[in-house]
Design a protein around this ligand. Sequence first.
Ligand code: RB5
Length: 142
Amino acid sequence: MIAIASDHGGFALKQEILSHLSAKGIAFKDFGCYTDESVDYPDYAKSVTSAILSGECTQGILICGTGIGISIAANKVPGIRCALCHDVFSAEATRLHNDANVLALGGRVIGPSHALMVVDTFLATGFSNDERHINRISKIEN
Ligand code: RB5
């Protein structure tokens, strides 16, 4: 189950991603926001990261205008590795190397077609399980 949320700056892109996930039969839980009225992105980072830490969801997608604020907020939470990716190479590399459990996107930065490719790559790529990457991730966590 994918946890997904955005602020108002990411709302339009979130709606595109929801349609895409639905069409592909990928289960998700939408934690808002539900309109384009101004809201605070840290609240949405909290909802998605809590859903991952509780085990309700396995991975998350967070979207704000730039992707920066919401990724900073998510990365304050121990156990969360949130990667801001605006290209397919980074989306693949962060799964292989960092075992990122949240993808952040900037709705005002990336177009929807490219964003959907980034989402697909992030969700389709597994962690490499390489010893050196496991060691490096443990140095982040501890
Ligand atoms: C909201 O205007 C904007 O600041 C927010 O979406 C995000 O870009 C913050 O990093």
